[in-house]
Design a binder for this molecule. Sequence first.
Ligand code: CMP
Length: 138
Amino acid sequence: MSNRTFTMIKPDAFASQYTGAILQQIEAAGFKIVAMKATRLSESKAGEFYAVHKERPFYGELVAFMSSGPIVAAILEKENAVEDFRKLIGATNPANAEEGTIRKKFARSVGENAIHGSDSNENAKIEGDFFFSAFERI
Ligand code: CMP
């Protein structure tokens, strides 16, 4: 069990100005923000971040979408962070997400699904390191 996870508020949610409401829900659920930035991924950086999905049919669409506009990246801290955060955001496809979850409330589709959450402690570390230097986190 690790106490940190990584998240991104995706271009659809950022453009809809849901960032404040989403961060409020994250903090209300007990997560502390230990690093955060608004930024924009180039196609090449988005491709690198999602390289694990390179062979999937949706990879091109995913990279185009994730580089289509600004995002907010953050490292979050809480006991059992990875698992608890995935519960808070809900299923990848908002149609299958539970009521009250972030994706149920703010996502449009499986591709434009408002928010990312790391799927393991190992990936939480890799993804946090992708965006933040030691100097940029608490
Ligand atoms: P995320 O949790 O950020 O990790 C991989 C992303 O791929 C996922 O959220 C979805 O946004 C996207 N994804 C997964 N399945 C599909 C799909 N069938 N079509 C388009 N995008 C998908």
